[in-house]
Design a protein around this ligand. Sequence first.
Ligand code: ZN
Length: 285
Amino acid sequence: MTAMPKVLPELTELRSGVRRLLAPNPSMMTGPGTNTYLFGKREIAVLDPGPLLEAHLEKIVSVAAAPVRWIIATHTHPDHSPGAARLASMTGAELLGMPAPDGDHQDRTFRPTRVLGDGDVLRTDEFELEAIHTPGHASNHLCILHRASNWVFTGDHVIDGSTVVINPPDGNMKAYLASLARVRDLQPAALLPGHGDRITDPARVIDWIIAHRLAREEKVLAAVCAAPGSTTTELVPAVYADVPQDLYPWAERSLLAHLIKLAEDGTILNQDKRWLAAIKSGMVT
Ligand SMILES: [Zn+2]
């Protein structure tokens, strides 16, 4: 569940008028760093300026080499949007996206001047970018469809070489799986993630993520049936035997996301912070 750091070039022209600039914030959670994408040549839209790193923001402006008119955030986690307000003050650009929801780990400095909803399109004479609302990793998460290429820019919805954290209550596993199916149904030609390299086989990768999550969900249900009345913490070792113990705090967040989904499906119940199967355990195979 951790990102695998791999080396990416700092600046890559992915196709004419679509560039990727890597922010210098590599870590276990961000892999090589956050990908900032630039669309256009004469007027620029910036997707995910990343954390508030002055040198990176200056680099965005110099790489753009044209007026930055729009700044879009896929979501308001600390590695994606905190540079946006500062970049807007440097360039006069409009801020597009969804406002930060309540809760921890949200960048409240990101206040969109234009709130994007599902299906909204930023149209210029150089490109069309369509917002696809993809809640799951974050309730305000947007993927961005670049219409000319049929590429989907996936932020943290799908990243390269790793699964993403679904951290309740803002993260929601049921919504996440539905949003994965949504992107798969777009039949994108490639996925351009917020971390890591271009994904050229979107259907295969999305199918693997869905299968991986459903396999984990089966383990969660089996663990609840084997030890009914367990707390979330007590279930971690049974479900995440394959994960190093120092990652258990993260595993517990994902486990809770699975438990909430199973409860939303009506398969299990929570009573006094303890989990029980909603059907007789003998019926679960
Ligand atoms: Zn995120």
